[in-house]
Ligand binder design. Sequence first.
Ligand code: FES
Length: 210
Amino acid sequence: MAASQQKNSKSKDDQDSVSMPDAYTDDRRNFVAKMASVVIGATVGLVPFIAGVISFLNPLSSKNRTPEFYAGKSGDAVEGYVRVTTLDALSDGGAPQRFPVIDDKFDAWNFTPDQAIGAVYVRRQGETVTVFNATCPHAGCSVQCDGTKFVCPCHNSAFNLDGTKTDSSSGRPNPSPRSMDELETRIEDGQVWVDFKSFYTGRHEKVAKA
Ligand code: FES
């Protein structure tokens, strides 16, 4: 009997000697797991927060999206002008040719390069180049050119190739309050540059939008 009690006692001691390190190990595992989840959670939350703060404080900081970067790409830019074509691409004495106007758009928070901001008609007569905004001065539709005159499909405004108002072939009065809007132009090294502006429609006077 005594031997049996001694044996049971020894067995309990053996159990204690095994269970205490196991409990310690489990606590340590739990602690490490909790710390890992805290670190991962903080990282997942903080990274986008910090990126958002940086973007908010300096939205144009990315050097591949700055006006300076794209100005460098465009070569010898003429200040305030947009390049629309080359002199060689124009038909001398032919009908005015239509070109899109591509420029960068940006404000304090956004910079979007190479956006279509309008269209122009370019007419070449020898070394003289005349450029018109393709927007109808009546109500803003896009004017078309049939080779002999400009016509607007919306309300039948019509213009001569030099941009002046003319009678509409429809027989109805020409509703445009003014002639087509001519734009300032420069020729540099065979490139045609335009001081592109949009103007208020429906007015007799030509007033550029800000
Ligand atoms: S918008 Fe061109 S005629 Fe009215």
